[in-house]
Write a protein that binds this ligand. Sequence first.
Ligand code: TXA
Ligand code: MG
Length: 313
Amino acid sequence: MIGTEIEKARALLLQDEVVAIPTETVYGLAGNALSEKAVSKIFEAKNRPHFDPLIVHVSGISEVSKYVEEVPQMAYDLMGRFWPGALTILLPKKSCIPDLTTSGLKEVGIRIPNHPITLELLRSLPFPLAAPSANPFGYISPTSAQHVADQLGEKIPYVLNGGNCSVGIESTVLRVQHNEIEILRLGGISVEALQHFTSNIHIQQHSSSSPAAPGMLTSHYAPRKPVYVGNIRELMHDFVSQKIGVLSFKEDYKIEAQRILSKNGSFTEAAANLFAFLRELDQLDIDVILAEFLPNENLGRAINDKLKRASAK
Ligand code: TXA
Ligand code: MG
């Protein structure tokens, strides 16, 4: 059921139920981060493997020290600059965060989401919210309440509607070590924005098998239709005998099943449209989705990363 009642969401969460919540990045499937019962329900509803840890959402910077052992100065600087916002910081967890929430890892990922409804909800609760993206494991993340209801509607009691997500791609996940930032997942805060804090930024390479990088699985965000990324004109030629759909950055390829991420070439607009357009194309009567990379800078880098994973076989 979709609705806008914060009070209803609050009541369910207080009873260890799960509720889908809006954030500026993507919709999350939320439950009490301190309750093993609630966290188990999240894994179950998503059909998510237990080795993939959850992000914990808090309402203010002052909350962080309740859940983590120590916070390096640079982490505080990043929080001050980017929170509330699309940045998740990994920090050594305190024991009040169940191992189930972090899949047994010693660090917990924390962020303050930038959405007025969810901030109000968080402030009204006596616990933080664990929330992965509210999609079945392996599918595209939801950027509207309807996307959530379409796929998880039967499995969860409530979807709190906060409109379309303004950023549209997930948070950047990083850890801070000494003067270095290690990025585990590219996302809504760009590498360029982080470079104001240190030039020492390392982007972790993904792997489809490494348990050291849980959730960074290569084949992620995948639509059900096969996706090919490259030079769209050449791909159109290669797939001439099939029904094709096109996902372009800004160019109009003059085909019927086409979505243009941003006609005027805005990375921000492209990110906000990406997942909704992939879903739409996935539902059309086509055989394959042909896409192209964006310039590899700013949010283009994160979008390219999602496209690579969507196309991973
Ligand atoms: O924007 C977002 O981050 C959204 C909204 C709902 O906040 N959440 C989200 O969660 O994308 P999820 O679970 O779909 O992706 C979180 C990623 C996963 O790849 C997970 O492996 C990684 O962050 N992660 C979370 N906690 C971690 C930890 N303690 N150590 C390493 N990676 C972690
Ligand atoms: Mg996810």
